[in-house]
Design a protein around this ligand. Structure first.
Ligand code: NBG
Length: 802
């Protein structure tokens, strides 16, 4: 959009008066943020309305992306950037004597997601709008996010994440679009007048789903899509029939992201959440479609519904229900429509990929949906047992072992199933979903994840942005493949020095933040070695700790090492004890190392609390080393690996997930690979001959490090140290940490060595940045559009394939 500074300044001052009846100088940063957010909303309102109208008029095919998490991060700068007015606004605010960064920082991170799964969903929202695809999100408006993490005595403490305390400036409540979702009771089938079976419900608990819409602004293309978040409320006509306890139960549905499901009540609440947002979404999609169409015949030509991981897999029977019970479509036609409309992404091979519900809980909570699943199950068995045999069909039918099996249901009810990096997609076919792959081979495909360079570089890495623009112009901002033009500078000494200078600037900024956040002074000339991701045993933060302890012991022996600062960011799920023990140990190691005068000049450890999008924005531009060290075969893709390479960090990685794609993109010389391959690990499993203890006994360096967990050398971890020690030695090290220790340490030594040669280091950094463009989510969603959804972008980015 076009906006002059003068116009902005006038409107900004006006808005301040309208909102707070006060001049700018009386307002706090939070209030200034509210003023700016509201003004920005007024700028995006018209394109939002126009986009809606155009989609309806042109009958554009729409994608609805169903996801239990979205992790958008702060939206103000991203909306301004995409509207094309970020620079003017920054300058105008400065002219008014205000500090734009302070105003932007007053926005809280929406607590609507947790990790890569949710961040990917939000990157896709941004990307779909930016390439001009009609792609809308469907999720839950959680009142509280996962939790706010603090450390007390090194232990993780979970505080409520009251992220909406000051409201959520970007949402619009659409009470007129509310939907009723039914739980429990009985579903009785009765023949209706036309001979079909009709459903009569008795004693259901009805919940009102009220949508809140959030604008998803495309990059300078006048497209604004919709993210619809549902909030659970008491039905309008409930009157005094509702007891306080019932109201409380309804409020709970959308209160917390991932309520603890380690007991039955928590499990049931998650099932309520999943059906709640899925049913509300499906009903509202069908209602919208029916406004313009008399029958459901051509629904699949107009609508694609994406099941992001298994949480919304109940979309399959729910669409069947709506088609049959509300729209009077017969089973066969309804099934055909459903399979054509649905597609499913799997995001992990770990057991949580295979979400299952006990049949008794499921059938009591969702009786009609359960009936439909029984019928899906019956027909699946009937048609496939003759060809594939009872044994195989028993293994993968929707119902089995007293459970409803959601990954199988999603696969059977979708026309496309994809993994998120080639290795992961192959393992899906050959391992976790192998039986279903044999039945439906044509459904399986890969779509490697992506990230949005708009947020990570354009908004968030201003020094690098300036340098790139100066060298190759701004065309890469629309098409990041143009970053490859940087490659010809690989022998340009002045450019390499400038590249190192941008990193130094970013490291200084992070050093300031570290000092303010945790009171530790770190030297910005040290190597900044970063591991930022959810805390999980398979991601092996523990291996990183072993590396740190090895360096500690070496320095104690008098070895000199290049100075390194290890930076962690990670939350552990509240009921995941082992992950919390690792947090405690990292903090204890930080205490030990940082307070040792002999060691701390060479080695420091920082664990920044409350990792999330905003903290990632601080860490990523400053990273030198990106630790992507999961046990091969376990990390589906990873996306912090892509963000970090694009910010010029060198990847220290196992051959896992998208690390393999990064290696292919930059070449083996520009990435540091170590560790067992997936095949080698599989070999150990097949033969059953992994003996972690052998590594401990045969490698004195490793033994010295592991002994530190139990010999009191790290104060304060008696219990945690013992548990971790036992997990590695008594329980034989499920994640092959010990097997990879030696090669990990050697890879680190090579990086230390390289860092002594700044020009050589910078060359590799350059190759990484230059080849990061292919990981833009804009390309990823175009591939989904072309190969899964059959949805065409109106402002595509040329990926060389069109
Ligand atoms: C995560 C994987 C990551 C992957 C993201 C996005 C879940 C269930 N899975 O490797 O662990 O990058 O999904 O696909 O959160």
């Amino acid at each position: 959009m076009i906006l002059t500074k003068e116009q902005f300044i006038t409107e900004f001052k006006d808005m301040a008066v309208k909102l707070y009846a006060a001049p700018l100088e009386d307002l706090s940063s939070q209030q200034l943020y509210q003023v700016l957010a509201l003004l920005t909303r007024s700028y995006l309102a018209q394109p939002w309305a126009d986009t809606k109208q155009r989609y309806d008029q042109e009958e554009t095919k729409k994608v609805y992306y169903f996801s239990i998490e979205f992790l958008p991060g702060r939206l103000l700068q991203s909306n301004l950037l995409n509207l094309g007015i970020l620079d003017q606004v920054r300058q105008s605010l400065a002219e008014l004597g205000l500090n734009p960064q302070e105003i932007f920082a007053a926005e809280s991170d929406p607590g609507l997601g947790n990790g890569g799964l949710g961040r990917l969903a939000s990157a896709f929202m941004d990307a779909m709008a930016s390439v001009g695809m009609a792609g809308h999100g469907n999720g839950i408006r959680y009142q509280y996010g996962l939790f706010k993490q603090a450390f007390v005595n090194g232990y993780q403490v979970e505080l409520p994440d009251d992220w909406m305390r000051n409201g959520f400036a970007w949402e619009t409540r659409k009470e007129n679009r509310a939907i009723t979702v039914k739980f429990g009771g009985q579903a009785e089938l009765r023949p209706s007048r036309n001979g079909n079976l009709g459903v009569v419900y008795h004693n259901t608990e009805d919940v009102l789903a009220v949508p809140y819409d959030v604008a998803m602004v495309g990059y300078q293309n006048n497209v604004v899509n919709n993210l619809r978040l549902w909030s659970a409320e008491v039905p309008l006509n409930a009157g005094s029939n509702f007891t306080l306890a019932q109201k409380e139960r309804i409020n709970q549905i959308t209160q917390n992201l991932y309520p603890d499901d380690s007991n039955d009540a928590g499990k049931e609440l998650r099932l309520w959440q999943e059906y709640f947002f899925t049913s509300a979404g499906i009903q509202s999609v069908v209602r919208h479609y029916r406004r313009k169409h008399n029958t459901m015949k051509h629904f699949a030509q107009q609508v694609a519904i994406h099941i992001n991981d298994t949480h919304p897999a109940v979309a399959v029977p729910e669409l069947m229900r709506v088609l049959m019970d509300d729209e009077q479509v017969g089973w066969d036609e309804a099934w055909q429509i459903t399979v054509e409309v649905m597609s499913y992404t799997n995001h992990t091979l770990l057991s949580e990929a295979l979400e299952v519900w006990p049949i008794h809980m499921f059938s009591e909570t969702l009786p009609r949906i359960y009936q439909i699943i029984q019928e899906i199950d019956r027909r699946f068995r009937l048609t496939l047992i003759p060809n594939f045999g009872q044994g195989m069909i028993d293994r993968v039918a929707p119902l089995g072992n007293g459970q409803v099996r959601m990954a199988f249901l999603a696969t059977i009810g979708s026309h496309s199933i994809n993994g998120v990096a080639p290795i992961h997609s192959e393992l899906l076919k050959n391992d976790v979903l192998n039986d279903l792959y044999q039945i439906f081979p044509e459904r399986f495909n890969n779509k490697t994840n992506g990230i949005t360079p708009r947020r990570w570089i354009q908004i968030n890495d201003r020094p690098l942005l300036g340098l790139i623009d100066q060298q190759i112009g701004t065309q890469w901002r629309k098409n990041p493949l143009a970053l490859t033009e940087l490659a010809h500078l690989v022998d340009d000494q002045a450019f390499l020095a400038a590249l190192n200078a941008t990193k130094a600037e970013n490291k200084q900024i992070l050093a300031n933040y570290i000092s303010q956040a945790v009171g530790l002074k770190v030297d910005p000339t040290a190597i900044f070695d970063v591991q930022i991701k959810r805390l999980h045993a398979y991601k092996r933060q523990l291996l990183h700790v072993l590396g740190i302890l090895d360096a500690y012991l070496a320095i104690k022996r008098g070895e000199k090492r290049p100075q390194r600062v290890h930076i962690f960011g990670a939350k552990a799920a509240p009921s995941y004890t082992y992950a919390k023990e690792i947090i405690k140990v990292i903090n204890a190691v930080a205490d030990l190392v940082n307070h040792d005068d002999q060691v701390s000049p060479y080695l420091q450890v920082v664990f920044l609390p409350n990792y999330g999008v905003s903290i990632a924005e601080k860490i990523i531009p400053a990273a030198d080393i990106s630790e992507q060290i999961s046990t091969a075969g376990k990390e589906a893709s990873g996306t912090s690996n892509m963000k970090l390479m694009s910010a010029g960090a060198l990847t220290l990685a196992t051959l896992d997930g998208a690390n393999i794609e990064i290696k292919n993109a930059v070449g083996a010389d520009n990435i540091e690979i170590f560790g067992l391959t997936e095949e080698e690990i599989d070999g150990y499993h097949q033969r059953g001959d992994y003996h972690a203890r052998d590594f401990y006994e045969n490698d004195p360096r490793l033994k010295a490090v592991l002994d530190m967990f139990v010999n009191g050398q790290i104060p304060g971890i008696e219990i945690e140290g013992r548990d971790i020690f036992n997990s590695l030695l008594t329980y034989n090290d499920e994640y092959f940490v010990l097997a990879d220790f030696e090669s990990y340490v050697a890879a680190n030594a090579r990086l230390d060595d390289l860092y002594q040669r700044p020009q050589d280091w910078a060359k590799k950094v350059l190759v990484n940045i230059a080849n990061s463009g292919q990981f833009s989510a804009d390309f990823t969603v175009q591939r989904y559009g072309r190969e899964i959804w059959q949805v065409t972008p109106t402002t595509p980015v040329n990926d060389g394939l069109d």
